[in-house]
Design a binder for this molecule. Sequence first.
Ligand SMILES: [Zn+2]
Length: 375
Amino acid sequence: MQLSETIKLYMTKEQKNLIVMAMNGYISTVNSLVSVATNGTSISKYTTADVDAALPSALTNQCIRDARSIVNKYNKDCRKVSAKNKKLAKQKSAVTIKEPAIPVLKRPCCYINNQNFKIKDNYIDFPVLIDGKSKRISVRTSMTDRQKMIFANAKLGTMRIVCKGNKIVAQVVYEAAELQYSDDGNVMGVDLGIKCPAVSYCSDGSVKFYGNGRRNKYMRRHYKYLRKKLQKAKKPAAVIKINNKEQRIMKDIDHKLSHDIVATAAAHNVSVIKMEQLQNIRSTTRTSRKNNHSLHTWPFYRLAQYIEYKAKLAGIQVEYVNPAYTSQRCPICGNIHHANDRNYTCKCGFHTHRDLLGARNICNSTEYVGNRHTA
Ligand SMILES: [Zn+2]
């Protein structure tokens, strides 16, 4: 699985100028190659000799590769649109779909493949153009110990130098090792919710609650209030800033929740984590309590995805089950009825905490709906 790590760069003034020049040169070269190709001249056999760019040849090569893949995707989109338009014309429809716009890179960036950059101690080496000649510079970084471990052991992919906010950072892609799946472990059901963000029930009988639903709710309300206030004051830039901040906080919460869930699973020798298939919620009206909160299905989706990729890295499989009746079915006798308040009590004598029932039923469920979210 490909993941990426972001590294801060501590450039000297001179290095910053060189890097900004490389980034601007990179996007203008890619853009002009794309424009050549979309004007009917094939660039499929282009080499660095065909391209007049103020870049080291390693970067020019990467520009050619990038331009080719951009053009291929653009051509594919054009073919799709013209096929659709032909179909519409046949149906004598008055509607036609607009041709896709020729893609243009706007944000300065540059991509350097793994042959051309080196990570050493706290430095990254890569080529830039100095006085018309390709020369390597060594930029100081602040890598965490975890990042150093990753870069020392993983197979590295492309490095992207991009602007993030008003800072220039490097993003290094690497191949993350996935552990081998085993089948002889425990099964864990994970139920995601609003009041209680996540509950896990493991087939060894252990139960765990994660997160603080009340605090999350308070925070959402707080940000909603701020947004309204800023909207009234006609400060759209501040609204965007507040939105981004809220998104960052919610993402951090999901990262922490998913980390804790997968760590608990690993500690309990779990080989399969089961969750509800969230996309089915819309079609299963009145069978899932989460249906009352359709607006909140997106955060569930992100959390489920985080759990899925962290589980994958830990060698734990993730499977999705049918969400129908998971919070209503008695796990002992199979009777279906609603819980009263916080407690679920069945005629057969079984009783449990309401939030626990879902996780337990998900753990026991064999109504698989694929092992992947289908968008
Ligand atoms: Zn029962």
